[in-house]
Design a protein around this ligand. Sequence first.
Ligand code: CA2
Length: 151
Amino acid sequence: MAKSVYVLNGPNLNLLGTREPETYGRATLKEVERRCRDCATLHKLSLEFRQSNHEGDLIDWIHEAGDKKAVGIVLNAGGYTHTSVSIRDAVAAVSIPVVEVHISNIFARDSFRHHSHIAPVAKASLCGFGIEGYALAIDGLAALIAAQHKA
Ligand code: CA2
């Protein structure tokens, strides 16, 4: 069975492509999913791509990815990045790598976006690459697995 990667999206990301194109670009979440699917396929990984506006769903899915021993999680927790100790605890509790992704450069925006609860417990963080950041994060996870197999 193919190894899987989870791509989890938090609140309001279902609105991608419908407003604020100057900040988030014009791609819809469906297009982000397609880009992730193509990238995962290149790396021979299967993809679980999900979005929720509810904190508990994201936490349950982080646990699920850990229980299923996915190769890793790409997590754009949206606004919960800056507020949620519970999502941070879930990330810290799983033993698989989590790559934090943000479409925008959170450090070039409002000061309340400069702090991430997730960054200290993530394997890596990427921001400011637009939706390409998701594919870069999947590439990064694939590189980690390849390095583990060589070691
Ligand atoms: O840049 C990112 O990916 C963010 O995680 C997006 C979050 C924001 O709260 C973070 O600070 C940075 C917001 C997602 C909202 O997405 C929308 C997309 C289109 C229109 C309105 C909101």
